[in-house]
Design a protein around this ligand. Sequence first.
Ligand SMILES: *Cc1c(COP(=O)(O)O)cnc(C)c1O
Length: 368
Amino acid sequence: MERASARIDYDAVRANCARLKVELGEAELCAVVKADGYGHGADACVAAALDGGATRLAVATASEAEQVGRRFQHVPLLTMGALTEEEVDAAISAGSELALWREDFRRLLADRSRAHGRPGRVHVKYDSGMGRLGNSDPDEVMALVRACAEDPDLELAGIWTHFATADELDSDYFEEQLGRFERLAAAVKEQHPGVLVHAANSAAVLRDRRAHFGMARCGVAIYGLDPFQRDPAEQDLRPALTLSSHVADVKRFPAGASAGYGRKWKAPVDTWVGVIPVGYGDGVRRALTNNADVLVHGRRHPLVGTVSMDNITIDLGPETEVEPGDEAVLIGRQGDEQILAEEVAHRLDTINYEVTCAISPRVPRRPA
Ligand SMILES: *Cc1c(COP(=O)(O)O)cnc(C)c1O
């Protein structure tokens, strides 16, 4: 028995990738494993994703590229984020392909690639409306594309963009971005037929075939999380993560007795309270105070009182068969009942991505 652990169903990751790959047809699946695989553990998820049909990998940072690149040298890897000069060297050493959208950065990449003794493979990023990384001027993007193609120290590998509202099904803005990118990508393809065109994240893949192009960058869906924040089963996705702990103590609370810091909950009647040794130090957010359910014996029990760093308390009711040592599930399935990361996200007024990313390094990741 462990204090708390995240059990990862790698077979679900494999199946989710296979499901996305069917959707994508000829287009490649790039598994996005940044932030330690959205909190699921990057290395084992990469192996499962490759098994499920992913042929490329993407991360956000140079240190993630080093970690993933070292273990999976044969798989093309893209570092998507903005990099400092030092980070450029680390990412190149890791064998990663790089994102660029500025002429000064293009020259830096050329210089550093020459120093490393092999042309740097680069993906030119068009900001079609995300308003974040990328160059929003199509003419400047075309000039960058040309400069990359002509530079002996660089290899033009890709042209790409990112959607701001792919997960908002009623948004016209997605169409607008797609239209802008289609026009630019067609112009690039005409001159560089071999270039890899990519735009879609998980939501875009599930929403619109026209966004698939040559490759899709899927993160959230490969972990069985729904990009639209509904039940992943609606998209035939299988949640991969179970966050569990155990009941460390069961205590009798007379009516009026309080649980935790600040006495934020008082027993309305005589009841039993279970103490579970997991808290915000593990990524169980404090905003779940009096605002979550926990599964024990396949039944929901309300989290009562303040979430502290290392403990939470749940109300087991006036009669209970729960005993110390029984498993407690905070995210995942137990018996016929399940608590989705999407449910926890709704309670916190956030998205499932943040819920799984928040699970801290103190929680060991184990195969399910
Ligand atoms: C994180 C990220 C993705 C993956 O998005 P999901 O919604 O998790 O599929 C794709 N592209 C970029 C640029 C990203 O930063």
